[in-house]
Design a protein around this ligand. Structure first.
Ligand SMILES: Nc1ncnc2c1ncn2[C@@H]1O[C@H](COP(=O)(O)OP(=O)(O)OP(=O)(O)O)[C@@H](O)[C@H]1O
Length: 920
């Protein structure tokens, strides 16, 4: 017999049969779905088909429920108990009965537990269908060609995910994918959109694919019941006149709910929006070529309007408020922070991730060792590989070319991105060439492949340029064919069919494997096409001359005003930047050896001259117009570069023109160049070095808050002979970088400022830095806060500081030096000749350390500013410190924000010299 409720519960002794009588009213009111109940009762033999027919004859849902109740009650206690159990187990179908189950303190009897309940309600069925479809759609990573798809699981490797606040300051790194949806890094509780940005090819789409795949397998830690994925690109495929409602948008472009005549699925979504997660990939690829200023905001989920408006209203939370949205976009795409709940920036592979990724590509130990040796020899190549897309191309081409030639090695240290894409093209074009055993690779082999594939290459290049000029990433079959390509050409890998959910109109459409490949081929077209004049190749530079702010007009919360029809509708101009970059690479002298086989040399030369002349002029103008800052003693006069400068550096590096590099170096007439927050990644350091090593004078270089990592530091080695200020704060450096720094900076002995805070430096690195302090007589400032230095490293550093006569500013905050470290610094402070500014904040220093420091202060007469906030200094140590302050006349600022009774310092601040307490 079904027992309901616990013994102590009010309804404990009530039978299921009676319970149905007692609560008949609420059941009739709340049970909307009868099908699931009938299915289960029938499958388990409690009712038969005739019973179901009778029930279906009832005119209304409520009448049907009444009839079912009568029927199960007539069948006895067991049927009633099972009936209640169905309502309990088919969770989503009877979600409104959850409070009722709480009231009756439902506890199913053992026999009931054993009878299965199949969830046939439309909501559960739909969720299952969604999971299956998403699982199927996300199983493979798109590879070279359709036949070569790789399982996502086999190749997916974690990347670095940095959280940012609304001001663009780092909030640390996420540790796993679940945390994307978690509370970490949320800076705006009112907003609902998680914004993920990163450079082209850094893995935004793959990250979403991984999230979708995990969810489909129930491996994502989330309450999400509905997961809808979209690519923003598809919204550009709609016509001005197209209209759609949110409901249709969701179902049409994901999957339809089957057998849901009463729209239970959609009603559920509307009632529980917090169970819905949307992903919108590639916001930067949205194109808006019509004026939507006058279109009202959409708040009704069933109202049909332009799809873009539906998207915007979803993102703003005006439609389906409460649902979670993940939006991705390339770096530089801005959206007002008021719609962003949290921001994650993808930083690509760290050196460790790269090792893992390499192991996935090369499971065989010997092969892996070969690649590893070659990579280790080229920090620049490793830098390129930190972008997963480039890494993928490099490893894939490596594998392929190694299988064809017996002497293929990864290109040497000065490989450019253009060279990487040339290798990829060689592989694609070579697909049609028959293999004849292992050959020796030579320029004539490569030239032969390009010559043999020239017709196809020209056609793809033409298509790419055509798309870029008309602002299109998706091509119809007719467009593809009209460029002279045939079905067979589609197999080589440059193009891939667009997935079904992007389909606009049912016919097959195509896109380039990646936008960077389209840009590369477009640049190739500019070079190959003899009808394009030398000046004509420069057409895309004009579009990149200044960093345009994005134009998305429709909603005020996106902070954009009206968007005239004739302006560039894209969110970023990266596709043009890449085209220019590849143009520079293709026209560089070293590639002429290859290109002269397919382009008349005279024509090539004319185009190269035009490009070089353009670059020289624009670099000069750019540098002349940069904002300058007043000079300071250590840093001299400063110049802060503009975002476009990075692309200029990249272009100059691709051209491999020492002349332009020299000109640029000369143009940096300042003593100090500030490149902080420029989104510089490790491979860019080669470009920077290419210019800086031509700089005649010494120079301060501020690269704070970028993503240069250890590979970047290695690429800068030749420039350290010029650097007086070395600022690499917040850049993911490890002890391997400090090792390089100690070797290089000690060699040149000119460094004055060394900034390394917020990196991953340990006691090993502290030892390297200590050597720099001892050996570099001009070093005045050291910032090494927020690393992983303990008392061991602190002791070594403090000893070198004690010996140094030049150093006056040391920032050690946010390590964990503890009392022992404080003791060491106390020792260094005694009678130090030059140290005027010291921060030991947030270092787990307690009373013992506080007292040591107090004693040291009595003997020190150099220190002016001493930070000690966020330690664990107790009252008795505080009173010692207060006493030391009173007797020390050199100190002007002492900051201790508590952990102790501030009353101890009464009398200190009276002297008007100290900032003490929470007002700081
Ligand atoms: N986490 C990863 N693990 C393995 N491979 C990856 C990963 N992320 C990216 N890749 C590789 O890089 C390629 C490009 O990645 P993806 O398309 O996600 O870049 P993206 O940031 O979305 O670029 P874009 O902004 O240009 O669209 C993928 O096709 C895949 O081969």
């Amino acid at each position: 017999m079904g027992s309901v409720g616990k013994d102590s519960a009010p309804e404990a002794s009530v039978t299921s049969l009676r319970l149905l009588t007692l609560h008949r009213e609420i059941l009739v009111e709340q049970v909307k779905n009868t099908q699931c109940i009938l299915d289960n009762l029938r499958i388990n033999g409690y009712i038969c088909n005739e019973d179901i027919e009778i029930i279906h004859r009832a005119a209304t849902k409520a009448d049907q429920v009444r009839k079912i109740l009568e029927l199960v009650q007539s069948k006895g206690e067991e049927a009633c108990a099972y009936f209640i159990h169905i309502l309990h187990e088919a969770y989503d179908a009877y979600i409104d009965l959850r409070p009722w189950f709480n009231t009756i303190q439902y506890m199913p009897a053992d026999f009931v537990r054993e009878i299965p309940v199949i969830n046939t309600d439309p909501i559960s069925k739909y969720i299952e269908k969604l999971r299956q479809e998403l699982g199927r759609d996300t199983q493979f990573l798109t590879s070279y060609s359709q036949q070569e798809d790789t399982l996502l699981e086999e190749l997916y490797t974690d990347t670095q995910m940095e959280m940012m606040n609304d001001k663009g300051e780092s909030l640390g790194y996420l540790e796993n994918l679940d945390e994307i949806l978690g509370e970490q890094g949320v800076f705006n509780q009112q907003a609902e959109t998680i914004f993920i940005t990163g450079d082209a090819g850094v893995g935004k789409s793959v990250l979403l694919q991984k999230l979708q795949n995990l969810w489909s397998k129930r491996e994502l830690n989330t309450e999400t019941k509905f997961f809808f994925k979209f690519r923003c690109r598809m919204f550009s495929a709609f016509k001005d006149t197209d209209k759609i409602s949110m409901k249709d948008l969701i179902f049409k472009y994901n999957c339809y709910p089957d057998g849901d005549p009463d729209s239970e699925v959609f009603n559920y979504i509307l009632r529980f929006p917090q169970t819905v997660l949307f992903t919108f990939d590639g916001y930067d690829e949205l194109q808006m070529d019509f004026d939507m200023d006058s279109v009202p905001e959409v708040v009704s989920p069933e109202e049909s309007t332009h799809p873009l408006l539906v998207l915007m209203n979803l993102l703003c939370g005006k439609l389906l408020r409460g649902s979670c949205k993940i939006l991705t976009a390339r770096t530089g795409t801005d959206i007002q922070s008021r719609i962003i709940q949290k921001k994650v920036v993808l930083r690509g592979f760290s050196p460790d991730h790269l090792k893992k990724y390499m192991a996935r590509h090369f499971p065989m130990q010997e092969q892996r060792a070969v690649v590893s040796v070659q990579l280790d020899a080229s920090p620049h190549l490793c830098g390129l590989c930190s972008i997963p897309l480039f890494s993928w191309i490099i490893f894939k081409t490596f594998k392929h070319l190694q299988s064809v030639y017996d002497n293929f090695e990864l290109p040497d240290s000065c490989i450019t991105l253009t060279n990487v894409f040339l290798l990829l093209s060689e592989v694609f074009l070579g697909r049609k060439t028959k293999k004849q055993g292992l050959l020796k690779r030579s320029m004539s082999c490569t030239a032969g492949i390009f010559k043999a594939g020239l017709k196809m290459l020209t056609a793809f290049a033409k298509l790419a340029l055509f798309g870029l000029e008309k602002g299109s990433f998706i091509y119809s079959l007719e467009e593809v064919m009209s460029c002279g390509l045939n079905e067979e050409d589609l197999q080589v890998g440059f193009l891939r069919p667009v997935s079904h959910y992007d389909a606009c109109g049912g016919t097959t459409t195509f896109e380039f494997l990646h936008l960077t490949l389209q840009a590369f081929l477009a640049a190739f077209s500019l070079v190959l096409d003899s009808y394009i004049t030398p000046e004509g190749i420069l057409r895309f530079f004009a579009k990149c001359e200044y960093n345009k702010t994005s134009h998305l007009p429709c909603l005020s919360c996106f902070g954009r005003s009206s968007h005239p029809r004739d302006t560039d509708p894209f969110q970023t101009n990266e596709h043009f930047q890449f085209t220019n970059l590849f143009l520079c690479g293709l026209l560089c002298k070293s590639n002429a050896v290859l290109l002269e086989h397919i382009v008349p040399p005279v024509c090539l030369k004319k185009k190269r001259v035009a490009l070089k002349s353009y670059l020289s002029t624009s670099v000069k103008t750019h540098l002349r117009d940069l904002p300058r800052y007043p000079s300071t003693d250590i840093e001299g006069n400063k110049v802060h570069v503009m975002p476009n400068f990075l692309w200029m550096l990249r272009c100059i590096f691709e051209t491999n023109s020492e002349d332009v590099a020299r000109l640029t170096a000369k143009g940096i007439s300042a003593d100090y160049i500030k490149l902080a927050y420029c989104n510089i990644y490790s491979a860019d350091c080669s470009a920077l070095n290419f210019v800086l090593h031509h700089h005649r004078k010494c120079l301060g270089v501020d690269l704070d808050n970028n993503n240069i990592n250890d590979y970047g530091v290695k690429q800068l080695i030749p420039s350290f002979s010029k650097m007086t200020v070395v600022r690499f704060c917040v850049n993911q450096l490890t002890d391997s970088s400090t090792e390089v720094l100690s070797e290089e900076l000690i060699k040149h002995k000119i460094v004055k400022v060394l900034g390394l805070y917020k990196n991953h430096i340990t006691d090993v690195g502290a030892k390297h830095v200590a050597q720099i302090i001892e050996e570099c007589p001009h070093l005045k400032t050291l910032k090494i806060g927020s690393n992983h230095i303990t008392s061991v490293g602190a002791r070594i550093l403090a000893q070198s500081i004690q010996k140094s006569k030049s150093i006056y500013d040391v920032g050690m905050w946010g390590n964990s030096i503890g009392d022992e470290g404080a003791d060491a610094f106390a020792e260094a402070l005694k009678n130090h000749p030059s140290l005027t500014n010291l921060s030991l904040s947030a270092n787990s220093i307690s009373s013992h350390g506080g007292k040591s420091l107090a004693r040291a202060l009595k003997e020190n007469s150099s220190l002016h500013i001493f930070w000690l906030i966020q330690n664990a200094i107790s009252d008795d140590a505080a009173s010692d410190l207060a006493e030391a302050l009173r007797s020390n006349s050199a100190l002007t600022h002492f900051i201790d924000l508590g952990c102790c009774n501030l009353n101890h310092y009464i009398g200190c601040e009276v002297q008007g010299r100290f900032y003490i307490g929470s007002q700081v």
